[in-house]
Design a protein around this ligand. Structure first.
Ligand SMILES: Nc1ncnc2c1ncn2[C@@H]1O[C@H](COP(=O)(O)OP(=O)(O)OP(=O)(O)O)[C@@H](O)[C@H]1O
Ligand SMILES: [Mg+2]
Length: 253
């Protein structure tokens, strides 16, 4: 029996600009399960990023509730919200926002130093371990501008993990990477998920979607279909690919 980790009830998100109301998400319901690797796909403009930011408490919602650890996190105010984002959720973006005048090691450690429960030494130790694990320890002392896009993204993932978040949210994390770097980054996500990390990831990249055990397809802010798969294994890929292809074709993707 899978454990629910986040529940969305009747989510509505409207963007207003002047007199124009854009109903991006309407009457949306979803459970996210612990240890799952959930991927969200759908056409451009269907509301994937908006949904992800609402789930991850990065964007306010218009109506509904988002339950996490028995609380409606959509009602949290300033401090509680910052604490939640810092300690419970990790975010990874397509456009990598590393601090340009800090080296990779400092970038990774930064949110850890702001966290409440650990000594600086413990944070530095965790940062060092993550950089090693992600194969970028050689680049630890370099600035973001002095490393490749793939290395920057690996550092951004390490940074998102520094406070051992309960859920990792990623919006097109391979969108700006070449095929080789995409594969390295997706291998990392797979490894993290294999060690129990819950992941919710938005992508246009079918190869990235193959890593999921659950793929949700949204159109105009509503779920139209979902596909459940066994956990990813590098072997037996052909069958998995055929299944996902067939499903995506039926979505007219
Ligand atoms: N800050 C905003 N203000 C007003 N409208 C917005 C805002 N952000 C997004 N939208 C609109 O909401 C809709 C959904 O956008 P969203 O970015 O969530 O789509 P998406 O599925 O992530 O698209 P893509 O695949 O291109 O990234 C679009 O119509 C978009 O124009
Ligand atoms: Mg988007």
């Amino acid at each position: 029996m899978k454990e629910k980790i986040l529940t969305v009830n009747n989510l509505q998100k409207i963007y207003e600009s002047g007199d124009v109301k854009n109903h991006v998400i309407e009457d949306f319901n979803l459970d996210i399960y612990k240890n799952d690797f959930t991927v969200i796909m759908g056409p451009s403009g269907s509301g994937k990023s908006t949904l992800l930011y609402c789930l991850g408490a990065m964007e306010s919602i218009t109506n509904g509730e988002i339950i996490f650890e028995n609380k409606d996190i959509s009602k949290l105010k300033n401090n509680a919200l910052s604490e939640l984002r810092l300690n419970k959720f990790g975010f990874i973006f397509q456009q990598i926002h590393l601090v340009s005048n800090l080296n990779l090691f400092e970038n990774v450690a930064l949110p850890g130093l702001a966290g409440p429960n650990k000594t600086n030494d413990a944070v530095y130790e965790t940062a060092k371990n993550l950089l090693e694990r992600f194969g970028i320890d050689d680049a630890a002392k370099r600035l973001p501008s002095q490393v490749s896009g793939g290395e920057q993204q690996r550092a951004a993932i390490a940074r998102a993990l520094i406070n051992q978040p309960t859920i990792i949210f990623a919006d097109e994390p391979t969108g700006a990477l070449n095929q080789n770097n995409s594969q390295i980054v997706m291998d990392l996500f797979t490894e993290l998920n294999n060690s129990g990390q819950t992941i919710v990831l938005v992508t246009h990249d079918k190869r990235a979607a193959l890593r999921a055990n659950r793929i949700i397809y949204i159109i105009d802010g509503s779920i139209v279909s979902e596909l459940n798969l066994d956990p990813y294994q590098a072997s037996n890929l052909q069958e998995r690919e055929e299944k996902v292809n067939e499903w995506l074709v039926s979505m007219e993707w």
